[in-house]
Design a protein around this ligand. Structure first.
Ligand SMILES: [Zn+2]
Length: 473
């Protein structure tokens, strides 16, 4: 097995930083050593196959994006990144594991959905991948199937309080699913927006001729996120189910999560880079149909209501525990443009899987989060939340050698022509400048990106069988 020494860097974990060399043996981290250590009298640099010089750079556990939708069918089209293109883009950006969503649609069987997603991903991924299971049709058969998900390495499932007629579950269905979730140790993930009320508002707005992308954000009002978040929390309280609310974007929704946590409930929240940087006015409200680029749900929030500041604050105070992307890319041409003249027909989603590590590192540069917190919210907590910690999310002996060398003196200009490997015809982050750079990315001991060169290949990525959330024991 090949051996590599990552020497001279500063190893950063969720709990601290230290000057250390990292010895990789095959697919695993073998040792974390004082700089320049010898092992049984051997000079390590001279004994290994490869030395990666990390002098002046950070050595961090590879990013884990626990919320992606590669080639997901939605609104008559399909997310434009395949497992191949999406995981390659993820690798470029320092992410070494994704957790995507297998889907059971209405009228389908859960295990057929999971099998279909295995088929899509197998042999295609550049980095490791796991699955959450979307339950789009809660019935007796799917409730039974949920009990067997842990045997499949799937320790979390997702319900939708939005999208009536597509993925929507009513309160009785949520109650029943959460009962099974509580008994089975599955994490209940929730898209918390009041879909029926939102759909009524969409109909009203369209009837008034308000058809621009901006009104997508108006219709998906924060009140409907707060209300659904609260309802999900109460149903979780009643059933004893652990709850993880995805893509939290509104300040009042965070306050609901914080209150539930103070109350002792196992309630967690995720936010995404778009809710930390982008807004209803600046992006969704862009000239003409441009705003369609940023149509996603939950929507971008008004910059006049302090949502963004509160999101950053909640990342510091741990009211929100981690950052994922909800990567669900669609091209403007042929996909987003299905909604010209009717914002409700714009496929929901933006692509960020490539830029999450950089965008969150900029939060360190800007003094909004600490260096250690950056590692925690992008890698360590996602690993722990979804039952992968120890193997993933940490630089320690025995862990998978998923390692990123990050240069704080480097620079990354995000844009379609500059740094863009996602299969989209625009960048939602065009023009963003990052005061840092992903130099080297190692996935299970193999260097897949080095000095702006891609060295990975499809099929290297393996399916990750996940255990119960490590926050629950
Ligand atoms: Zn999503």
């Amino acid at each position: 097995m090949a051996t590599t020494l990552i020497s001279g860097g500063t190893v950063v974990t969720a709990t601290g930083r230290s000057a250390a060399d990292v010895l990789v043996d095959g697919e695993k981290i073998a040792a974390v050593l004082a700089p320049g250590s010898t092992l049984l009298g051997h000079d390590l640099a001279g004994s290994v196959d490869t030395v990666l010089d990390a002098t002046g750079k950070y050595v961090i556990p590879g990013g884990i994006d626990a919320h992606t939708h590669m080639q997901m069918p939605f609104g008559g089209t399909e997310a434009s990144d395949t497992f191949e293109t999406g995981t390659r883009a993820a690798a470029w950006g320092g992410t070494t594991t994704i957790v995507d969503f297998a889907i059971q649609r209405y009228g389908e069987r859960v295990m057929d959905g999971l099998a279909a997603w295995h088929e899509k991903a197998a042999g295609e991924c550049a980095i490791d991948y796991g699955f959450h299971q979307i339950i789009g049709d809660v019935n007796d058969d799917s409730l039974k199937a949920m009990e067997t998900l842990p045997d499949e390495g799937v320790s979390s499932y997702k319900l939708f309080m939005a999208y009536p007629g597509v993925f929507y579950s009513d309160d009785a269905q949520i109650y029943k699913a959460m009962r099974v979730g509580a008994e089975t140790g599955l994490m209940t993930m929730m898209h918390a927006e009041n879909g029926p009320a939102i759909d009524a508002m969409v109909t009203e707005l369209l009837a008034q001729g308000k058809t621009d992308p901006y009104y997508h954000g108006v219709a998906r009002a924060w009140q409907m996120e707060e209300e659904a978040t609260h309802r999900a929390i109460m149903l979780a309280n009643l059933t004893g189910a652990p709850l993880y609310v995805v893509h939290v974007s509104a300040k009042p929704a965070v306050e609901q999560l914080a209150a539930a946590r103070d109350n002792g409930q196992n309630v967690f929240g995720e936010t995404c880079p778009q809710y930390l940087y982008l807004s209803l006015e600046d992006q969704l409200g862009a000239e003409g149909f441009e705003g369609a680029k940023w149509v996603c749900s939950t929507p971008l929030r008004s910059r006049h209501e302090h949502h963004q500041d509160h999101m950053w604050q909640s990342l510091r105070t741990n009211d929100i525990q981690m950052v994922a992307t909800d990567h669900c890319p669609f091209c403007m041409k042929g996909q987003k443009d299905m909604g010209v003249g009717d914002f409700s027909k714009i496929p929901n989603g933006i692509g960020s899987v490539e830029h999450r590590m950089d965008l969150m590192y900029q939060g360190v540069v800007d003094g909004k989060i600490s260096l250690e917190r950056w590692v925690e919210i992008t890698s360590t907590t996602p690993a722990r939340m979804f039952g992968m910690y120890g193997t993933k999310g940490v630089i320690a002996p025995g862990a998978d050698a998923d390692v990123v060398i990050y240069d704080p003196n480097g620079h990354t200009s995000i844009g379609l022509e500059k740094t863009h490997h996602m299969n989209m015809d625009y960048s939602a982050w065009e023009g963003y400048e990052i005061e840092g750079h992903v130099d080297t990315v190692m996935s299970r001991g193999r260097v897949v990106v080095n000095n702006n060169e891609y060295l990975g290949s499809k099929g290297h990525g393996q399916y990750v069988r996940r255990a119960t959330s490590q926050y629950l024991v």
